[in-house]
Design a protein around this ligand. Structure first.
Ligand code: DGL
Length: 263
């Protein structure tokens, strides 16, 4: 297989671009194709069957575009659909899961918070991970209801989003957490707002870097790392307006191509 084929990445919308940033930082010469299925966001309140079928659709588009590996840059899609994707397609598939394990290993207060979608928190995979790594500690699980649509709408600094974050973090602070796990790839874009309202001793962690590293390891094992040393092609496709993606990725505006496409 040609190693200069792109890395394919998808999310229910714009959030997985936070994961794309980690991938691009770690592997700056890799060509990438990102699909933002914003038309169907949020996935978090859909049934598992719906999430599986949307995830298959996105994966097929990326395979059709010649991708050499798929990164599911969405916790909701990973926790609900990764097994089906791995058995359905003959291509390496990397997923993203909430960073429960590092938080559980590092907490001194024996208390951590997790903010994620309903789809992630109710998934069997999430329950399995929590049971395995966090059985000795208290885990405050909060559904980030309403956050994804506001992020999709480029309203990161709105009073509405700040009020929701305050509401969701209040019970966590009351439970004396020292780690907040961001279990949705949209949420890293809210770190500045969260930092303002959380006590200093609370560390905020997400899985972006770990996913990028995992993708690099798999590409290396399969001898699929690019040998390109020129400016890569960095394509983004959304099935709604390009406004929010362009705004989130503005520091990359000179090298990225962001377009609307029907899929
Ligand atoms: N960004 C997604 C995640 O990581 C899903 C958000 C949603 O569509 O509900 O879970």
């Amino acid at each position: 297989m040609n190693k200069n084929r792109p890395i394919g990445i998808f999310d229910s919308g714009v959030g997985g671009s936070s994961i794309w940033q980690e991938i691009h930082q770690l592997m700056p010469y890799e060509n990438t194709v990102y699909l933002a299925d914003s038309k169907n966001a949020p996935y978090g309140n859909k049934t598992q069957d719906e999430i599986v079928s949307l995830s298959k659709k996105n994966t097929e588009v990326l395979i059709e575009m010649g991708c050499k590996i798929i990164v599911v840059a969405c916790n909701t899609a990973t926790t609900n659909a990764i097994d089906v994707l791995r058995t359905s397609y003959n291509i390496p598939i990397i997923g993203i899961e909430p960073a429960i394990k590092p938080a559980a290993l590092q907490t001194k207060h024996k208390s951590i918070g997790i903010l994620a979608t309903k789809g992630t928190l109710s998934s069997a995979l999430f329950h399995k991970t929590t049971k395995e790594f966090a059985k000795e500690i208290s885990v405050v699980e909060i559904i980030g209801e309403g956050l994804v649509p506001l992020i999709e709408n480029d309203e990161l600094d709105s009073n509405e989003i700040k009020a929701l974050l305050k509401k969701y973090t209040t019970p966590m602070v009351a439970a004396n957490i020292d780690y907040l796990v961001l279990g949705c790839s949209h949420y890293p874009y809210l770190i500045p707002q969260l930092r303002e309202m959380l006590p200093e001793h609370v560390s905020i962690i997400d899985s972006g870097q770990a996913v990028a590293k995992q993708a690099q390891n798999v590409l290396q094992q399969k001898k699929l790392l690019t040998d390109n040393k020129n400016q890569p092609t960095l394509q983004f496709f959304t099935n709604t307006s390009t406004t929010t993606l362009k705004s989130l990725l503005k520091k990359y505006s000179e090298k990225t191509i962001i377009k609307t496409m029907d899929f």
